[in-house]
Design a binder for this molecule. Structure first.
Ligand code: XMP
Length: 562
């Protein structure tokens, strides 16, 4: 561990490290600031790097809605998703240049079906309705929607008739598209013409005045290969966007805004070693330098070499002010005898808040807490809102801290997707090792040890995990896979080693692919790689005599075992 030790007490071992690095303060940043509850980004200041143009997706609840926003952003146009009942005042700060009406599970001809707010039409801005969104605008503009004779799901071939429409610039006359709808357009609203058809949908695309369009298929999904061209054409040719949503712009704006918002205030953040908190810290450090203090709590549940590596990056590479707290003993004490996964999470979460608060109090006056909330988290919590969605697991993060400590929250990444966060990290000059780190849960190895967490089991799991990481990296699979790790089960089995009977633990290997952790598939790892990992674990980790591979996807499983 690098750094000078300046304070010790019986429970925690604290290193305070101050940097002399004078990182040049760049010129940007947006801060999502708030105390407590969730608020759409649009309700606050305009988003960094997006003042000049934005497209707003009006969400009717399609499983693909977030994907639309993502695709538009891939075209360098800022895009946000808002619920269909969002008032104009919350959208106005975004200065939208066009609207997209998403798909959704409802049927427009049923009573109470959600419709687009009046401002979508009254603004005279371009509008594109996708699937249900097309049916919404058909109904609201005076056309007729009816239940389709035949439901249409899956692939269809789109034939363009309106070849000169700027929406189709650069497209083939016919191309595959992905359909998922029951209802269809019976009569187009006045002024609309059909621009494309499929076998089952005579009006697969309709348009009016080169300004309002309806698409019966989903351009945002990968199964519609030319879909991104359509979305880009809408953003550029129809809405007149120029593509100023770049990571460079985002960084510059964010830094400027952070400086303005923070002034001479003091910030803290909880470093976890993960990419989100790391990027937040780096971005804010760029803006306000040593006004930021990072608190890095070692809960004793981290992986081998993790503390050293994280510390090295932040102190040596990035020159930040870090308070390192070794609270391993405290956490392990509290975990004694705890077996229930939810209790483990609760205990770890509470202990974390306690340790963090103690350390923050030692720093003196603090005004802000910086946090690595991402856009999917914002959407997810807004969507789950007050509805009683079933709790699967209590995720441990620094939730609860801001209110308790009366700190103002700064969440500069809350408008970004994970891949955008990584790009910000790379552009800020963070080491690739940190930027491409696989996610690691807040409760750490505790939720990868089934049953009681002990020092011995932690050591055993660390050794197994180290081998997994080492082999996965050697096989160049670390980045393509979402997560790879070992789980220490509480099951022992009989084995034989060198003519002797053994009775040892079973280690499970988990490797998954995923886009966002909401769903995941087990990775089809090569047999040779599985064999190497298994051999090494049983040979190099005493106490383990069997390795199994987890071949369940999420759902029905979850990624972690607890
Ligand atoms: P599950 O197990 O719910 O995990 O499929 C989904 C993703 O979240 C990570 N995870 C957590 N991350 N605190 C975190 O910061 C937590 O308490 C937590 N629990 C699970 C998990 O590693 C996976 O990437």
């Amino acid at each position: 561990m690098a750094g000078s030790k300046s304070k010790q007490n019986s429970e925690t071992d604290v290193h305070r490290v101050t940097t002399s690095d004078d990182i040049e303060v760049a010129t940007y940043l947006e801060i999502a600031k708030e105390m407590g509850g969730e608020q759409p980004v649009a309700a606050r200041e305009a988003v960094p790097g997006a003042e000049r143009e934005a497209i707003v997706v009006i969400d009717f609840g399609s499983q693909y809605s977030l994907l639309i926003a993502r695709r538009i952003r891939e075209c360098q146009v800022y895009c946000e998703l808002v619920s269909y009942d969002t008032p104009w005042e919350k959208i106005a700060p975004l200065k939208p240049k066009g609207f997209i009406l998403s798909g959704g599970p409802a049927s427009v001809y049923r009573p109470g079906a959600p419709l687009a707010p009046a401002y979508v039409y009254e603004s005279h801005l371009p509008v594109m309705g996708i699937c249900y969104g097309m049916q919404v605008l058909t109904k609201q503009l005076g056309g007729q929607v009816s239940p389709g004779v035949k439901q249409e799901y899956g692939h269809a071939i789109l034939h363009l008739s309106g070849l000169d429409s700027p929406l189709f610039a650069g497209m083939e006359d016919s191309s595959p598209v992905w359909m998922s709808h029951g209802d269809r357009i019976e009569d187009m609203p006045p002024g609309f013409v059909a621009l494309a058809s499929t076998e089952n949908s005579p009006v697969a695309v309709m348009g009016s005045d080169n300004r309002i369009f309806g698409l019966q298929f989903h351009p945002e999904v990968a199964h519609t290969p030319q879909g991104k061209t359509i979305l880009k054409n809408f953003a550029y040719n129809i809405c007149g966007c120029r593509g100023n949503w770049t990571i460079g712009n985002f960084i510059n704006d964010s830094i400027a805004r952070t400086k303005k918002l923070v002034g001479s205030g003091k910030l803290i953040n909880a470093l976890s070693g993960g990419v989100d908190s790391a990027v937040v810290a780096t971005l804010i450090h760029r803006a306000v330098g040593d006004q930021l203090t990072c608190i890095y709590v070692n809960n004793g549940l981290l992986r081998r070499e993790e503390v050293e590596r994280t510390f090295k990056v932040f102190k040596e590479n990035l020159g930040m002010q870090i308070v390192y707290v070794d609270a391993s003993e405290r956490f392990l004490d509290r975990l004694k005898g705890v077996i229930d996964p939810e209790v483990k999470r609760k205990v770890i979460g509470e202990e974390f808040i306690e340790v963090f608060e103690e350390e923050a109090n030692k720093i003196g006056r603090v005004d802000f807490l910086a946090q690595g909330t991402l856009y999917p988290d914002v959407i997810e919590s807004a969507a789950s809102g007050s509805t009683a969605s079933a709790k699967i697991k209590t995720h441990h993060n620094v939730g609860g801290l801001p209110a308790k400590m009366r700190l103002q929250l700064i969440e500069p990444l809350r408008s970004l997707f994970k891949d955008e966060v990584r790009q910000v990290g790379l552009e800020l000059g963070m080491p690739e090792e940190m930027v491409w780190r696989q996610p690691f849960p807040g409760p750490g190895l505790a939720i990868r040890i089934i049953g009681e967490v002990t020092k011995e089991k932690l050591e055993l799991l660390r050794s197994a995990d180290f081998i997994v990481m080492n082999e996965i990296k050697k096989a160049k699979l670390y980045r393509p896979l979402w997560q790879t790790f070992a789980v220490l089960t509480d099951v022992k089995s009989v084995g034989v080693m060198g003519d002797y009977r053994t009775y040892g633990y079973i280690v499970a290997l988990r490797a998954v692919t995923s886009e966002d952790a909401m769903t995941a598939d087990w990775a089809r790892l090569p047999y040779d790689l599985l064999a190497r990992i298994s051999n090494r674990i049983v040979n190099e980790v005493p106490g383990v005599n069997r390795v199994v591979y987890d071949i369940t996807s999420k759902p029905p499983s979850t990624i972690e075992w607890e």
